[in-house]
Design a protein around this ligand. Structure first.
Ligand code: FO1
Length: 331
């Protein structure tokens, strides 16, 4: 955080999100912030081409969640889904390991058609959000193809092969993001990162290795985040040694990193100004403080809409406090 900003600037909030966990906090933020105040940037390194269609799981999870159309049981895809296309695929001996619901298929068809016609992923996302009634800004992290590759003892896997087809069973040895060095961060996002109107950068409780890292490793992003006057705050995706959803804790163990909120804070390192941890991890607060971070302990498990709103409100007030303290020279 660079301290040159002034407190009376209009507030703009940036949230970086992966899939389910990130989308829950993004929804909480969307409930308490006006559309012009909130921009959500989603990871696109999970994207892949499947059955000839371009699938953007994290963008869609956030988009469906903000539109209140998300499938709450599965955590991905649309509510009130039917699976006739998958059943027909199965009868034809087609690929069904990655399940595309009938209604969800429409999103991938429209996206793929518009991309094939030369539209950018950003403009397709804006179009889809508009059609689904999403008012807040949702951006892909880049319009260029970046693809997560998972290194395992048995060889390298594309992210969805690891995550869905292999059900995260192979022990991971590391990750890399093919195409990242030549990818450009989405221009509106980069402008916002460099804007004096930005009041907080929130890293949602998403997987640090495969959801957040691809965003942070894009050229210019880390430098722009560090140069920003806005405090950078991460919400821990690890609570009491477990990931709320997904393989983050399993990955940490396999990478010989302790599966703790402290290790997540240390992993983000000097990029952060503040760290939000769950009340059940209160005993870790002192050691996270000792990393040189401001900390806030609150309930972070988001089961209900009120939980999402409460966490969003707590993170925003923490950001306000860090911003004010930085003006007063305390951080
Ligand atoms: N996750 C699964 O575990 N199984 C699936 O069959 C599956 C299909 C799917 C279709 C569209 C979509 O947008 C997401 C889908 N996901 C599925 C979720 C997704 O692969 C992961 O949750 C994310 O990539 C991780 O953030």
């Amino acid at each position: 955080m660079n301290k040159s900003n002034n407190i009376d600037k209009p507030k703009k909030i940036l949230a970086l999100s992966g899939g389910v966990g990130g989308a829950k906090l993004a929804l909480g933020l969307a409930k308490v912030l006006a559309p012009e105040q909130l921009t959500i940037v989603a990871n696109t390194a999970d994207d892949f081409t499947h059955l000839g269609l371009t699938i953007s799981p994290d963008l869609d999870t956030v988009m469906y969640t903000l539109a209140d159309l998300n499938n709450k049981e599965l955590g991905w895809g649309l509510a009130n889904e039917s699976w006739q296309a998958m059943d027909a695929m199965s009868a034809l001996g087609g690929d069904t390991w990655f399940r595309l619901g009938d209604r969800d298929l429409a999103t991938h068809l429209v996206r793929s058609q518009q991309l094939a016609a030369g539209e950018s992923l950003s403009s397709v996302t804006t179009y889809l959000c508009h059609r689904l009634g999403v008012k807040h800004t949702l951006l892909p992290m880049t319009d260029d193809p970046v693809r997560t590759r998972v290194k395992t003892a048995g060889g390298e896997l594309a992210f969805q092969e690891y995550f869905v087809r292999e059900q995260c069973r192979p022990a991971v040895q590391g990750f890399y993001f093919a195409g990242i060095d030549s990818a450009q961060p989405q221009p509106q996002w980069l402008d916002l990162l460099q804007s004096e109107d930005l009041a907080a950068i929130i890293i949602c409780p998403s997987n640090p290795f495969v959801s957040v890292d691809p965003m942070l490793q894009l050229p210019q992003v880390r430098a722009a985040m560090k140069a920003s006057a806005a405090p950078v705050i991460a919400v821990s995706p690890i609570v009491a040694g477990l990931a709320i959803k997904g393989p983050a804790a399993k990955m940490m163990t396999e990478l010989a990193i302790p599966a703790t909120a402290t290790a997540v804070a240390a992993y983000y390192g000097d990029l952060l100004d503040g760290f939000v941890l769950d009340q059940s991890d209160q005993s870790l607060q002192t050691e996270i403080d000792q990393l040189g971070l401001a900390t806030k302990v609150v309930p972070t498990i988001m089961k209900t809409l009120d939980d999402r709103i409460d966490l969003a409100t707590a993170v925003l007030s923490f950001a306000d406090q860090l911003f004010t303290d930085s003006i007063a020279g305390k951080h």
